[in-house]
Design a protein around this ligand. Structure first.
Ligand code: GAL
Length: 391
């Protein structure tokens, strides 16, 4: 352990759940580690390779230890974690605060300390910790504190990723449990309605996330294109699976601006160029990974249509990130009055706008910025205060 805090910025990585569900294997996870490097995603900041549910045998061994599924992971977990580490990446695994995981595998309830020790022996760097099968009379807050304690006793630095879907007022007590990120909503699905409802449900809750304990809006569906092999995520009744490129871009921009961890959920073995471009956008990632870790606030001008709003996030060094979003279904004009973000005309300052997806400098604006946005589209700007006249 190096005695430095973990998760100074929102964790970034890849998780098996969205695209693979139960279809995981040693071979798959190794190929993900290879791909993260080959595609340049490691260099862009994606660091953790995380196995979700379905990785263990249905029973613990004679010593009460968790055992990896012998067919999926014939050599066990340690050599796999070693392989991931050999690529300069970190390795994550999954368990549950209840008696069983959501899919019926052994959970860590009353086994917290032995499981933390096992994970440490295997070289695990990140634990996602779910909430299924929590005994009704056990208090979730206490169970997360227990695993937080167990991880701190195990002799290895491990990011603690809590997944209780926003239940039991988790945001009020989670930071003190030692968790580094916590899920604040139900599961994401590969469709626009899911993205929109998760984002809108978290817009005014930004003050609950921050450095060392982030509000996790769930894994990214960017690039899944309706092809995921997990019915919970892709095969949702009455909804068409998959999103347009614009929708995936807006999804990524929202998660980045709102300081959510960026955990890729698509299949990297057949990722499209468009999805790779979105996920690799260094300027958008830099806004998410900004060292001040301030959440954005929302401004919706009275004359803007419903579902059209701006998010404003102060960045370290004096810049501001400004996102303009149209989550509605009609093309809209929308505007941001600088007065509303603390910049009256009388200050003598304007803002220079650089759009992060296009990489274009769009010039200096005073008083207001108005743009037209297609349905579900957005712009993400890095803005600098610029002197425009001397008063
Ligand atoms: C859910 C969790 C998902 C995934 C799934 C596995 O509770 O929110 O992200 O981990 O369990 O069964």
């Amino acid at each position: 352990m190096n005695n430095l805090p973990l998760a100074k910025t929102p964790p970034m990585g890849w998780n098996s759940w969205n695209s693979f569900g139960s279809n995981i294997s040693d071979e798959l996870i190794r190929s993900v580690a290879d791909k993260l490097v080959e595609l340049g995603l490691k260099d862009a900041g994606y660091e953790y390779v995380i196995i979700d549910d379905f990785w263990s045998e249905l029973e613990r061994n004679g010593q009460g230890r968790l055992v990896a599924d012998k067919k999926k992971f014939p050599d066990g977990i340690k050599p796999l974690a070693d392989y991931v580490h050999s690529k300069g990446l970190k390795f994550g695994i999954y368990s549950c605060a209840g008696t069983h995981t959501c899919d019926g595998y052994p959970g860590s309830f009353e086994h917290e300390f032995v499981d933390a020790a096992t994970f440490a022996e295997w070289g695990v760097d990140y634990l996602k910790y779910d909430y299924c099968y929590k005994p009704v009379h056990s208090v979730g807050e206490n169970l997360y504190k227990r695993m937080g304690m167990a991880l701190r006793s195990c002799g290895r630095d491990m990011v603690f990723s809590v997944c209780n879907w926003g239940c039991d007022n988790v945001s009020n007590w989670i930071r003190e449990s030692g968790a580094h990120l916590y899920r604040s909503t139900g599961d994401i699905q590969d469709n626009w309605q899911s993205i929109k409802s998760i984002a809108e449900s978290q817009l005014d809750r930004e003050c609950y996330g921050g450095t060392y304990c982030w509000n996790d809006m769930d894994m990214l569906v960017v690039g899944m294109d309706g092809k995921g092999d997990n019915d919970f995520v892709s095969n949702v009744p009455d909804r068409l699976a998959g999103c347009t490129e614009t929708e995936y871009k807006t999804h990524f921009a929202l998660w980045a601006m709102m300081n959510s961890p960026l955990i890729i959920g698509c299949n990297l073995n057949n990722i499209s160029d468009e999805a790779l471009k979105i996920l690799s956008n260094r300027e958008v990632i830099a806004i998410n990974q900004d060292l001040e870790g301030r959440g954005p606030y929302r401004i919706r001008h009275w004359c803007n249509p419903d579902h059209a709003f701006a998010l404003i996030k102060p960045l370290c060094g004096g810049d501001y990130a400004i996102g303009m979003f149209n989550l509605g279904d009609n093309a809209s004009e929308m505007s941001l009055q600088f007065f509303d973000i603390g910049l009256p005309y009388s200050s003598g300052y304007g803002l220079s706008f650089r759009e992060c997806f296009s990489g274009k400098d769009e010039g200096v604006f005073t008083e207001r910025r108005a743009i037209k946005l297609e349905p579900h589209d957005c712009r993400i700007y890095r803005c600098k205060l610029t002197k425009v006249n001397s008063l």
